[in-house]
Write a protein that binds this ligand. Structure first.
Ligand SMILES: Cc1cc2nc3c(=O)[nH]c(=O)nc-3n(C[C@H](O)[C@H](O)[C@H](O)COP(=O)(O)OP(=O)(O)OC[C@H]3O[C@@H](n4cnc5c(N)ncnc54)[C@H](O)[C@@H]3O)c2cc1C
Length: 486
């Protein structure tokens, strides 16, 4: 008798869980029936790509980091190696909008840490007192205890207030669309704490890390097809979703959500929006934490309370295409970020067609602005016309763009960004401990928001599900599972 696993949510975490469940079960000769239920008509969740008039427009993520290998590995495993594209690193530059000018981040910065002296010292991004304060990082003793702290507290402690305001808040907290004063260091940038411990200073640690990266890059060659820090797929990340969907033999139910979950004598019964019921031996919830909370409240209110404590904020992305000839300034970089002290309503803007080739049709460029976040969530509620007008107004002020866009696309992500507040990892451990047997939680709410993290969590969840089902089969004497144990 095969076991039935139902995965709820067809974002990247749910898809990865289904893919690896199928793979591990096949390798272990474990008979599994897998059903994935996605409320939307399409799979992918936050991954959504529109191919329009020669533009490749990403509504959510536009790339994944390769230092965490799971997304790259999955792409390769799915036969997408030829579709992978690196960033145009010859144009790699990031600007900061500060005191009325776009100022280039000095070469050699690793996020917020300078690893090259001359470009940093001659840059106008940070004031002289700010630079001197950052230099004190070389002398400040490392923190000794293991307690979590906010990203803001950590950066203020090591590099000072100006580095926090101008660099860390937009560059690091910005990745998580979070307030640096609340963002957990250990849940988001644990490596920084490790570096502080190991080298006694972020600067020393980052210089060592940059040298190691340079050695690895020269060992792997710098020719065409090389791996860059961020990568994407030629026709957008939707290619990954399609490839996983194509590889799945699971039953896919789209356009209907799971409405309720109840315990049965042997497992769980899930009721879909259309009243249909699915019986499952194991359930994986790959939904946002607040959706999982609502589904689990009747089963375990204490678990639901903890899930609800994971906050979310809303954002929107606005992609604008222009005729290249209409732009006053060259798009000689990957874009700009905005410190929160600056009076603009943009969080950041990616110069998409510079960051990656093949994003705009010939003779055109593509930009993508980010709006909303912890301080301006209200903006996400504006209608498309108002959001586009707002972004155009800001880009006119910052980049001098007065032309009418030849393409405009808005994507809203209400409650789209989970917030890893200080103490997040402890909260997640408590949540996991409260999960009843046969019920699993996975995805961006828990142990990493990036695509590689979500894929890795899906893989880990699949391993746990198969291991637990095997265990139950051993206890209850199901012969087909015993076969696979030999
Ligand atoms: C604007 C933006 C830009 C980003 N950029 C990047 C980037 O460049 N690189 C990167 O690595 N990461 C990026 N991220 C983060 C990353 O995209 C997300 O963390 C990740 O895609 C989330 O995947 P998930 O599967 O956990 O959740 P989701 O993608 O949210 O999937 C959850 C799914 O559950 C479904 N669902 C909800 N309720 C139900 C129900 N009751 N029944 C059935 N289904 C249900 C939803 O419809 C959804 O499809 C970005 C995120 C945003 C919002």
């Amino acid at each position: 008798m095969s076991r039935h696993v139902v995965i709820v949510g067809g974002g990247i975490a749910g898809l990865a869980t289904a893919y690896y469940l199928q793979k591990i079960a096949a390798a272990d000769a474990v008979p599994l029936q897998i059903t994935l239920v996605e409320r939307d008509a399409r799979l992918g969740g936050k991954i959504v790509t529109a191919l329009e008039d020669g533009f490749v427009v990403e509504g959510g993520p536009d790339s994944f980091i390769t230092q965490k290998p799971w997304a790259l590995q999955l792409c390769r495993e799915l036969g997408l190696s030829d579709r992978l594209m690196g960033t145009n690193d010859a144009q790699r530059a990031v600007y900061i909008w500060r005191r009325g000018r776009l100022r280039k981040m000095p070469d050699g910065m690793l996020l917020v840490v300078p690893t090259r002296f001359l470009p940093f010292i001659t840059s106008d991004v940070i004031s002289w007192p700010g630079k001197l304060r950052m230099g004190l990082d070389l002398f400040i003793p490392p923190r000794q205890d293991d307690a979590d702290e906010s990203l803001a507290a950590f950066i203020r402690r090591r590099l000072g207030q100006e580095a926090l305001d101008v660099l860390a808040e937009p560059m690091m907290a910005g990745i998580h669309v979070s307030d640096a004063e609340r963002l957990s260091l250990l849940a988001t940038f644990p490596r920084y704490r490790d570096i502080e411990r190991k080298y006694g200073s972020l600067t020393r640690g980052m210089i060592a890390s940059r040298r190691a990266q340079a050695r690895a890059a020269s060992a792997s060659g710098n020719g065409h097809g090389r791996t860059t820090v961020f990568m994407t797929l030629r026709d957008g990340l939707q290619e990954l979703v399609s490839a996983i969907g194509g590889a799945l033999t699971a039953t896919l139910i789209t356009g209907r959500g799971v409405h309720a979950i109840a315990r049965t004598a042997v497992g769980y019964r899930l009721t879909l929006d259309d009243g249909r019921a699915l019986d499952a031996d194991a359930v994986v919830l790959a939904t946002p934490a607040y959706v999982s909370a609502a589904l689990l409240r009747p089963l375990k209110p204490e678990l639901a309370d903890r899930l609800e404590a994971i906050r979310y904020v809303s954002t929107a992305t606005v992609s604008l295409g222009f005729a290249a000839a209409d732009l006053a300034r060259p798009l000689n970089g990957f874009g700009f970020v905005v410190p929160r002290q600056e009076p603009t309503r943009l969080l950041a803007c990616t110069w998409t067609s510079t960051k990656f080739t093949h994003r705009a049709r010939p003779g055109a460029v593509l930009l993508r602005a980010f709006v909303g976040g912890p301080r301006r969530e209200d903006l996400v509620a504006l209608d498309d016309k108002a959001l586009i007008a707002l972004v155009r107004e800001e880009l006119a002020g910052i980049m001098g763009i007065s032309a009418t866009p030849i393409l405009a696309r808005v994507y809203r992500w209400p409650r789209g960004n989970p917030q890893y507040d200080v103490g997040h990892l402890e909260r997640v451990a408590q949540i996991e401990a409260l999960c009843p047997p046969g019920l699993y939680l996975t995805g961006s709410a828990y142990r990493g928001v990036g695509l590689p993290d979500c894929i890795q969590q899906g893989q880990a969840t699949a391993q746990q599900v198969v291991a637990a089902l095997k265990q139950v089969a051993l206890l209850t004497g199901h012969s087909e599972f015993r076969e696979s144990e030999r």
